[in-house]
Design a protein around this ligand. Sequence first.
Ligand code: GAF
Length: 386
Amino acid sequence: MEIEFVRSRFIKHFDGQTGNIYFSPGRINLIGEHTDYNGGFVFPGAVTQGVMAEVRPNGTNKVMAYSIDLKDRVEFAVDDPDGPKATWARFIYGMVQEFRLLGVDVKGFNIAFAGDVPLGAGMSSSAAMESCFGCALNDLFADNKISKWDIVLAGQATEHKYIGCNCGIMDQFASVFGEEGKLMRLDCNSREFEYFPFKPEGYKLVLLNSCVKHELAGSPYNDRRNSCERVAKAVAAKNPSRNIETLRDCTWQDLDDVKSEVSAEDIQRATFVLGEKDRVLGVCEALVAGDYEKVGELMYATHQGLSKDYEVSCEELDYLNDIAKECGVTGSRIMGGGFGGCTINLVKDELYDNFIATAKQKFNAKYGHEPKVYDVVIGRGSHKIA
Ligand code: GAF
């Protein structure tokens, strides 16, 4: 995305003056899905697509916001108790409220922003917005004293309180902490993380977007989280001497022990989560050993679990996964929350062209349109551009 694109709109839609420009990316996730809100591990990285915003304090207590992509304008007072109705503007409103809760004296500002993270693709366009607005508020009203982790948590709180999605912290973490060419393994329990340079010799990472729109707020995403929490609660009640907070603290034996106390469906969801915890660690070991066949095998196992046990796939995503298998792709799976969006594929260089051509042709024959193809480039996290 070009700076000039955003700047020209900012100038046109406000008073002709320029402001500061900030950027935050969307993310991919190699493995570790639906583990973040269960205290488990995730393995994301930032992408080069993201949200760019130009922002300038306006000397009032009003936020005047313009969405370049939607061509929509919204105004609200910084201390408005309810906030705007338009969902896109609630991301700004939510971040403003969370910064105020952190003690930051946020004043009015003009903001115009645009994004090139495909919407509903499972690449976290929402987190890109939250962290971009957080980066701007931190710079303009807090002397950059708010920590990166507080920006991550403000983004997550915005989702919970103002959007209605009870997400974990993976997306906001990846958007804020991302570094070029590096994936990150985050322990969502302790919040410790490690950067992993990711340059698989002889392989490419590519996303295929089914174009089935995924919308997590109000989706069965929150139901999945509730299932996991019910199981963790049942295990905690049975084991008062252990400090059980999430499924991270539970064993396979624990699941067996509470089988009669929760529904079979809840156990099925928890089974996926426990398996996924082990798979992320398996992928880390395999990456260190340069064993991409193993990485791929675990990715396919994750797809299977997400599709059959966690039930967050859809026909189109399963079809893309089948095509990947047929084409000899090393690893393939649904990426992100599911219910639509993309598959992430680890494919040998020499198989890439045939895979993409076959996926386009077969998918088109079945669903009347081609999947969109995004080659993954691991980019940099939130930053000020100008
Ligand atoms: C969405 C959520 F926002 C994340 O917190 C995470 O749970 C993910 O789905 C699934 O791994 O992107």
